[in-house]
Design a protein around this ligand. Structure first.
Ligand SMILES: [Zn+2]
Length: 266
């Protein structure tokens, strides 16, 4: 599942390639928009809000927003004319062509076209965006700590509290701060420090294709605990554990070192 930094990088690539250009053709391969034609319109910009992508497209005063979300399998690719696609064509959900580029959105979990003024309906619920220009640490801390009983691993993954952390960074951040993922937020000694660290890690990785939290970008050494269950902790050698965490039906795998991340503080 792409994390906030991956989505941010996707937005930046789309923005650099498409903004200011006129769409020569648009092709929506989802039933709701099968007949929608945005050709002749100008792409204004693409930006990320948390893990949501917003591509604003204008004709005169009429501005619409293409809202997409990568969820588990989605990706946006950019191709020059005549270049073979790197994913099967049947996975394409949106194809936008300018004179220079073909942008293809594969296996997107959300594809919808809204009036520009309706963006808030799809991203208005999000907490402060870790990579957004309007990042607000205090507000994020307020939201995360509003339910002190909630497990810290769940609270920082909830996009209504702050936007941008996915399942991988959730586990890694809890490790970096020495917090058991089930520790109630009310017992986390310094929530602000945790969120500052989250921002540092996403900022450091937003321009990289290989994400790292260890500082080591060599293959297999990038992460502390994520997907390393049963293997020795890089710090203390204890076997990394895995467990399911989250509200019913939305449980996600969480990884932690039981020695470095005690279940209770003090
Ligand atoms: Zn350890």
């Amino acid at each position: 599942m792409p994390e906030g930094d991956t989505v941010w990088r996707t937005a930046r690539r789309l923005d650099q390639a498409l903004s200011g250009s006129v769409l020569v053709t648009s092709d929506f391969r989802v039933p709701a928009y099968a007949t929608l034609d945005l050709s002749g319109r100008t792409v204004v910009e693409t930006l990320a809000r948390g893990k949501h992508l917003l591509t604003r497209i204008r004709k005169g005063d009429d501005e619409v927003t293409l809202h997409t979300h990568l969820k588990m399998e989605g990706s946006w690719h950019l191709y020059r004319e005549g270049t073979p696609w790197r994913r099967p064509a049947h996975q394409a959900r949106v194809v936008l062509r300018t004179a220079e580029w073909t942008a293809v959105g594969f296996s997107l979990a959300i594809v919808e076209v809204l009036g520009r003024a309706e963006e808030d309906q799809v991203v208005g619920h999000l907490g402060p965006d870790l990579l957004g220009p309007d990042w607000d640490l205090e507000e994020a801390v307020r939201r995360v700590t509003s339910d002190p009983e909630r497990a810290v691993g769940e609270a920082i993954l909830d996009q209504r509290n702050l936007a941008g952390i996915g399942n991988m960074y959730k586990s890694e951040l809890c490790f970096l701060l020495g917090l058991g993922p089930w520790l109630p937020v009310g017992e986390v000694p310094d929530v602000a420090a945790l969120l500052r660290q989250a921002r540092r890690v996403l900022e450091a990785n937003k321009l990289r294709t290989a994400q790292t939290t260890t500082g080591d970008t060599r293959r297999g050494r990038e992460l502390w605990v994520y997907r390393r269950d049963g293997r020795p902790c890089r710090r203390c050698g204890t076997a990394v554990e895995v467990g399911m965490q989250g509200p019913q039906t939305q449980e996600r795998a969480t990884y932690w070192c039981p020695h470095c991340q005690p279940a209770r503080q003090g």
